[in-house]
Write a protein that binds this ligand. Structure first.
Ligand SMILES: *Cc1c(COP(=O)(O)O)cnc(C)c1O
Length: 368
C-alpha cells in the first residue's frame, strides 16, 4: 500500500529529543522558545506562540479577540471540523461563504455577501497548502473594519506574492502528525500585534505573568520541549521537504494531464503551493464517481483521502445549532463530491508516482 501520508525523522531529531530527555526539563522551555523564534523569523511574523495543538491555536486566537455572543466569524464550509469547533468554543457564531472551484478556498465575493452588522472576523482556511485570495480578503476586511484570522494549518511556508501564510495579522498553524511539519500534536499562533501576543502567552499559561500573578482567566495550552525538539530540525529543512512535495505534484499533474474528466490542481498566479495535499477533481466526464475511484485505488494499493466528504456544518451534531448560520454554498457542495487527494508526500519514489498516476488513468479509462 502506498500511504497518503508518512512521517520521516532523522538522526537530528533523535539527538535533540535525547538531549531534552537527558536535561530533565521536558515541559515548555528553551526548545519551545527556539521553535517560536525560528518560526516567526522564517515566515515573516513578529511573534510566534507555540501551543499544544492546532485547534487550541484557533480557540486561543479567537479568545483574545474578545468576541461577544452573537458576533460572527465568516469562514469556509469546505474545511476540517476544527475550524468550526473553535468558533463555537470561542462563543461566536459561524457564518459561511462559498468556496471557489479553482483553488478550493473561500470565495471573496461570497464573503462580501455574508457580512452583516455583527461580523467581526473573516477566517479563511488556506486549504491543501495554497493560500486563499488574500488581496481581496484584506481589502474587504479593511473596508468593513474586520479582523482576519488565517487558518494556516495546511499552509506552512505558502506564499501569496511576497507574503507568507500567517503574516496577515493573526494566524494559526497545526503540527499534527499528518501536517507538513509535525510534533505529533502541536500548534503555533503567529501575530504582529504585541498586545495580542502578550495576551496569548498569558492565556497559554493559566493567565500567569509571574509566579501566582494571574492577569486573566487562562488555561494550559502549552507545548513541550520534547515536541519542539522534533520540530526544530524539520523547520531547518522545511524548504527541502516542500521542494520534494512540489516535484511530486508536478510529476502527477504531468502524468494525469490527459486523463478525461480528472481536473488536476492549479497553482494560481502569484501563489506558491506547499502541497500538504495533492487534490484532483473527479468530474462527471470521467464516467466514475469520486467514491468509486477512491475505492478502486485502494484495491490497487494506492492510498488516497477525501478531504472533505461533507460540508463542515452538515452533520447531525450541528443540526439547529444556535451558533451556526447555514447558507447555500453550491460550489463547496460540489467540491465535497469531487475532491480526491492522492499521495504527494516527500518519501514517494518515481515508481510509486507512476503507480499512482497509472492506476487513476487505468481505472478512468475502464469506466468510460
Ligand atoms: C489540522 C487542521 C486543524 C487542527 O489542527 P489540530 O492540530 O489537529 O488540532 C485546523 N484546521 C485545519 C484546516 C486543519 O487541517
Amino acid at each position: 500500500m502506498i500511504p497518503i501520508t508518512t512521517v520521516q525523522f532523522g538522526s537530528e531529531e533523535e539527538e535533540l529529543v535525547l538531549e531534552v530527555l537527558r536535561s530533565g526539563l521536558i515541559a515548555q522551555g528553551p526548545k519551545v522558545a527556539a521553535l517560536e523564534a525560528g518560526f516567526a523569523e522564517a515566515y515573516g511574523s513578529k511573534h510566534a506562540i507555540a501551543v499544544n495543538n492546532g485547534t487550541t491555536a484557533l480557540i486561543a486566537a479567537l479568545q483574545v479577540l474578545d468576541l461577544q455572543p452573537g458576533d460572527e466569524v465568516v469562514t469556509t464550509p469546505f474545511t476540517f471540523v476544527a475550524t468550526l469547533n473553535a468558533i463555537l468554543q470561542a462563543g461566536a457564531t459561524a457564518v459561511f461563504a462559498d468556496a471557489r472551484l479553482d483553488d478550493f478556498n473561500i470565495d471573496p465575493e461570497s464573503i462580501a455577501g455574508a457580512i452583516t452588522e455583527r461580523t467581526k472576523v473573516i477566517a479563511p482556511v488556506h486549504l491543501y497548502g495554497q493560500m486563499a485570495d488574500m488581496d481581496k480578503i484584506v481589502d474587504l476586511a479593511r473596508s468593513k473594519g474586520l479582523r482576519i484570522l488565517e487558518d494556516s494549518a495546511q499552509a506552512q511556508g505558502a506564499q501569496f506574492g511576497e507574503r507568507f501564510a500567517g503574516s496577515y495579522g493573526l494566524a494559526t498553524f497545526s503540527l499534527y502528525a499528518t501536517k507538513n511539519m509535525t510534533t505529533g500534536e502541536g500548534g503555533i499562533i503567529t501575530t504582529d500585534d504585541d498586545e495580542l501576543a502578550d495576551r496569548l502567552r498569558l492565556l497559554r499559561n493559566q493567565g500567569m505573568r509571574a509566579r501566582y500573578q494571574y492577569e486573566l482567566a487562562g488555561s494550559n495550552y502549552r507545548l513541550t520541549d520534547l515536541q519542539a525538539a522534533l520540530a526544530l530540525p524539520q523547520l531547518a529543512r522545511y524548504d527541502e521537504t516542500v521542494a520534494k512535495r512540489r516535484r511530486n505534484a508536478a510529476y502527477l499533474s504531468n502524468a494525469l494531464a490527459e486523463v478525461a474528466g480528472i481536473v488536476t490542481p492549479r497553482v494560481l498566479d502569484d501563489r506558491t503551493h506547499v502541497w500538504h495535499q495533492y487534490t484532483i477533481r473527479v468530474t462527471e466526464e470521467s464516467g466514475i464517481t469520486r467514491d468509486e475511484l477512491s475505492a478502486k485505488l485502494l484495491e490497487r494499493g494506492v492510498g488516497n483521502g477525501v478531504y472533505y466528504p461533507k460540508l463542515v456544518f452538515d452533520y447531525d451534531a450541528y443540526a439547529g445549532h444556535p451558533q451556526i448560520r447555514v447558507s447555500e454554498v453550491p460550489v463547496a457542495a460540489r467540491l465535497t463530491r469531487e475532491a480526491l487527494s492522492l499521495p504527494v508526500h516527500p518519501a514517494l519514489t518515481t515508481d510509486e508516482l507512476d503507480t499512482i498516476a497509472g492506476a487513476v488513468a487505468d481505472i478512468v479509462a475502464g469506466s468510460r
